[in-house]
Write a protein that binds this ligand. Structure first.
Ligand code: ZN
Length: 489
């Protein structure tokens, strides 16, 4: 067997004013010399697993580029076309191949391309012809429609949010591909449009956890090979946005159609209960001031770089200072200029600093504060939830009126308590811990805090979709329309 492997992804926030360039990809994760020689991590995991599995079986492996970058605005046309054409040129060089395995995010939008993955997969199919099998793994915050389905044979999507299952899904895709290549199965795919958009964590007790368990228990029975719910990425104004249910059946399209519809309607009926609930800024401050034996954790959900926001708003810090909350920590605020000034001044210096609020229209106003510089570190790291080292750039920690603020030189989120603990900040004695993130920190912080709030701050990843200027979404779609499938009346 001969297999071609490549990785190409980002999640494009079409409301962000700063485009994603070729440099973003090159500076972020750009592996030219084989995935086997790279550090492990969520972006490298699937291709590494496929490489190892194919090697074990003695298959011939052809690799192209592996690249991923942090979410930001629409990808420039030149960047998308250059990376795409590089992958396609490598594929032409390797062809003929028996299988193509691609790890893509699924929500990449480029200038002139609403559906980068559909475009790439269609071009891959044109090169390899109808008999080569194409398998794709996607993040569940993807956009998809029939273009991607028509071009590929197998699509497997993460089931877990937070995304702790990227390697499990990579293994599932590899196993299905191996069975397809041997002639053991004949995959038939179908999708059902759930006409919904939102954020649906799968780890809390409740309907989404049960939904995932029910998907998994239906797999391997009654002709169903694989079930995936694509949750969709809400901050992209594209016609193929929204949640879609994908089913793969063995040899019988009608089984795939029925399973996609059954599970799609099941998800639709739980979507309101399953959607992440947000807290207003005012309510969050009220909760923070009530006495508790452990800190309250506040996620600054609207300005998290993991969904394409700049990461430099300071609304929550301002709120802590205004509410006289004098025992709090907040981080990170992306501000390379302020970090540089702090390094010039040194630890122990007192200064008036202008922090955050600089990068783009959603950044909000900067904050001018008198602060002490309490900690500096170049090339700092935090641990991921999988215990991998993740760069957070150069950091400066400043303290003002009892609030410790972490400034970072690169855009990043807080994934684990190590972000603070490894840099001299204690957490158990705080009234409030504020983090730039949406949800994926939740489970790992749970033992440290009394309550977790997802605060509807102003920003680019606004959870109140009415405040964003959507023009191209497919309508009707929940929550803009209450019951677009008409199943609740
Ligand atoms: Zn995701």
């Amino acid at each position: 067997m001969k297999v071609f492997i490549s990785t190409f992804g980002t999640e494009s926030n079409t409301f962000a004013t700063y485009p994603t360039s070729l440099t973003n990809f090159r500076r972020s994760r750009w592996y030219e010399n084989g995935i086997d020689n790279t550090a492990s991590g969520p972006w490298a995991g699937p291709a590494k697993l496929w490489h190892a599995q194919a090697t074990q079986r003695g298959w011939t492996i052809c690799e192209s580029l592996h690249t991923f970058t942090e979410p930001s605005g629409t990808v420039s046309r030149a960047a998308y076309e250059e990376i795409r054409d590089r992958i396609l040129a490598d594929l032409r060089e390797c062809a003929p191949v028996d299988a193509v395995l691609l790890f893509l995010h699924g929500a990449m939008v480029a200038d002139g391309y609403d559906d980068c993955e559909g475009d790439l997969a269609t071009r891959v199919r044109q090169i390899v012809g109808p008999t080569t099998k194409i398998g794709i793994e996607l993040d569940l915050h993807a956009h998809m429609d029939h273009v991607l389905l028509d071009a590929s044979d197998l699509i497997v999507i993460y089931k877990a949010y937070p995304h702790i299952d990227y390697n499990d899904r990579a293994q599932e895709l590899f196993d299905l591909m191996e069975r397809t290549l041997s002639g053991d199965i004949q995959p038939k795919m179908s999708i059902f449009d759930c006409r919904s958009m939102g954020l649906f964590p799968t780890t809390p007790e409740g309907p989404m956890k049960e939904f995932v368990a029910d998907m998994m228990s239906a797999e391997g029975k009654n002709g169903i090979l694989s079930l995936s719910l694509n949750h969709g990425f809400p901050w992209a104004d594209v016609p193929l946005a929204g949640a879609k249910m994908l089913a793969i059946a063995d040899g019988d399209s009608s089984i795939a159609d029925a399973a996609a519809e059954e599970f799609g309607k099941y998800f639709y009926l739980i979507r309101k209960e399953a959607a992440l609930k947000f807290t207003s800024m005012d309510k969050a401050m009220e909760i923070a001031q009530a006495p508790r034996d452990k800190p309250v954790l506040m996620a600054d959900v609207s300005d998290q770089s993991g969904a394409g926001a700049p990461g430099d708003t300071n609304h929550l810090v301002r709120a802590y200072l205004d509410a006289n909350i004098s025992n709090a920590v907040f981080g990170p605020i992306w501000d390379p200029a302020a970090v540089d000034i702090c390094f010039q001044l040194g630890v122990g210096s007192l200064s008036c600093l202008r922090i955050g609020g600089k990068f783009e229209p959603h950044s909000g106003p900067p904050l001018d504060i008198d602060a002490e510089i309490v900690f500096l570190k170049r090339d700092a790291f935090q641990e991921s939830d999988q215990k991998e080292k993740m760069s957070i750039g150069d950091i400066a920690i400043i303290k003002s009126a009892g609030v410790e603020i972490v400034l970072s030189s690169i855009r990043t989120n807080v994934y684990t308590p190590s972000f603070f603990l490894d840099h001299g900040i204690t957490l158990e004695d705080k009234t409030v811990i504020g983090v730039k993130n949406l949800y994926k920190h939740t489970d790992i912080f749970a033992p440290l805090v009394s309550e977790q709030l997802y605060v509807a701050t102003p920003g680019l990843c606004q959870p109140d979709f009415d405040k964003l200027d959507f023009k191209r979404l497919p309508r009707p779609i929940w929550p803009f329309e209450d019951d677009p499938l008409g199943l609740e009346t």
